[in-house]
Design a protein. Structure first.
Length: 140
C-alpha cells in the first residue's frame, strides 16, 4: 500500500515553484462560443500530463488561477475554463455572479468542458493524458 508522506512546503518554496510556471489567459472553441480559460504550465520541459480545473460557483476567480498555477508547478499543463464565458465571462465584481450561473444551460456547459479536452489535443505541450479536478459547483 502507498504511504502518505507529509511534504508541505514553506511559503518561500511555494513561491519558487510558482516562479517556474508560465501562465496566460487563452480561448478555445467550444459548443456554444469561444471559451475563455486560464492556462498554466511549467517553464521547462515540452510534454506534460494535463489537468482541467473546474471552478466553484464564484467563477474563474484569482483563487482558481492560483490553484491552476500550483498544478502547473507540480508538472501539469493546467487549464481552468471560465464556465461563464457564454454569458460574458466571470465579472470583476462577483457579488451577483449567482444570477449568471442561473443563465447557463447544464448540457451546453458540459459540452463546453468536454471541448477543453479537444482543445488540449491540439495544444503542442500535452503528453496525451488528461485529468480533471473541480471545486464546489465544479465538483458536482
Amino acid at each position: 500500500m502507498p504511504i502518505l508522506v507529509n511534504s508541505s512546503l514553506s511559503a518561500a518554496e511555494k513561491a519558487e515553484k510558482i516562479a517556474e510556471v508560465v501562465s496566460k489567459m487563452t480561448t478555445y472553441p467550444a459548443a456554444t462560443s469561444d471559451m475563455k480559460a486560464f492556462e498554466a504550465m511549467p517553464r521547462k520541459g515540452k510534454k506534460f500530463p494535463s489537468v482541467i480545473v473546474i471552478h466553484e460557483n464564484r467563477g474563474l476567480v484569482p483563487h482558481i488561477k492560483d490553484v491552476t498555477n500550483r498544478m502547473a508547478a507540480e508538472g501539469f499543463l493546467a487549464l481552468a475554463p471560465d464556465a461563464l464565458s457564454p454569458v460574458g465571462g466571470t465579472p470583476e465584481d462577483i457579488s451577483n455572479v449567482r444570477e449568471l450561473f442561473g443563465k447557463l444551460n447544464p448540457e451546453e456547459t458540459t459540452k463546453n468542458f468536454v471541448a477543453a479536452v479537444k482543445y488540449l489535443k491540439t495544444h503542442p505541450n500535452p503528453n496525451g493524458k488528461v485529468g480533471c479536478t473541480g471545486f464546489c459547483w465544479g465538483a458536482q
